[in-house]
Design a protein around this ligand. Sequence first.
Ligand SMILES: Cc1cc2nc3c(=O)[nH]c(=O)nc-3n(C[C@H](O)[C@H](O)[C@H](O)COP(=O)(O)OP(=O)(O)OC[C@H]3O[C@@H](n4cnc5c(N)ncnc54)[C@H](O)[C@@H]3O)c2cc1C
Ligand code: SF4
Length: 346
Amino acid sequence: MNKKVVVIGGGPAGMESATYLSDIGFEVSLIEKDVQTGGKLNSWDRLFPNMRLGKEVKDFLQNGNTLSKVNIFTETEVESFERSGTQMKLCISDGKILDADAVVIATGFDVFDARKKEEYGYGIYDNVITSKDLEQWFCEGRNIVRHDGKPVKRVGIVHCVGSRDEKAGNVYCSKVCCVTGVKQAIEIKKVLPEAEVFCFYMDLRMFGMHFEEMYKEAQEKHGVQFIRGRLSEASENADNSVVVKVEDTLTGRPLKMSVDLLILLVGFEPSAGTRKMGQMFGVTFNDNGFLHSADEHTGTGTTSVPGVFMAGSCSAPRTITNSILDARSTALRVAGYLKNSNVENR
Ligand SMILES: Cc1cc2nc3c(=O)[nH]c(=O)nc-3n(C[C@H](O)[C@H](O)[C@H](O)COP(=O)(O)OP(=O)(O)OC[C@H]3O[C@@H](n4cnc5c(N)ncnc54)[C@H](O)[C@@H]3O)c2cc1C
Ligand code: SF4
């Protein structure tokens, strides 16, 4: 009888692991709580590093699912599970029971709730938005204007919002927000070439291929200005522009300026679904609240529970490329486990 795998979460990582597992020959069900698969690809307009449309990547991944005959359940969640030896039974939203020989958790991340950094004014001041909100504006083709419809002449982009911040409870770096900020700064300058754009950063982590070139392009071609310093607080002027107070750590001088639009680069946190599924299946979490891999160096994809695997950003902040690579590697691990090969023990 064909072995059965249930993949939970239909973002880039879930879609890709489902396709690979189905291609290997397993009977695969993909459970997505949202109305459609795609995860954050449904919310991001153009992607770093090459400004490709998120929709194009989603279409590619979706095509893989269709060609591989994955059984897709949308608007569905796993309500409970039972285990008998290596066999698992998952009860899903409509009361149906799915048998599983292995489970892949790919429930992803949520962005940090910027309201928790009250001093930055998100949810209080009209002209403070997040990088997620800006992607929504781009997806909807909205003009970049102030809340009152007046033109935007000066923009501030704040790095590390909810990351590398003990007070916010997250000491880790979210990895992708620096390059997202650079990408968004370039996109703003392309539509508003006259606007001044300032990025306030602690240090820039442009680790990926072509990220450094984007940083160079932002400065040299578009005149984006990078100021090394952490925002201490934002307040509002009578005309609803936003006053930012930053300590410029290169010059040692405090800096105060008004901007028409303040964009907060919100970091990664484990999603509510990641926390819920992790608890339901009894897997361990790491210090940062993401799913813990069996071994930091060699155990990626494997959780503390036999037969339960993980893929993508439920275990750490990742780019889309890295989430897809992780998903492929997890599929190989699952195959090793189900075929009882040596790969699983490596
Ligand atoms: C503002 C911003 C911009 C970004 N831009 C880029 C970019 O340009 N290029 C790039 O490479 N990366 C970018 N990223 C990173 C990218 O979003 C991630 O790499 C990618 O989304 C991770 O994919 P994933 O499948 O692990 O998680 P997700 O995309 O979060 O997908 C998880 C899926 O699981 C589902 N789910 C959650 N809980 C449950 C549950 N209990 N049951 C069923 N389903 C569930 C969710 O609905 C979702 O569909 C950006 C990140 C941010 C914050
Ligand atoms: S990637 Fe950049 S903005 Fe994001 S947490 Fe790391 S240093 Fe801060």
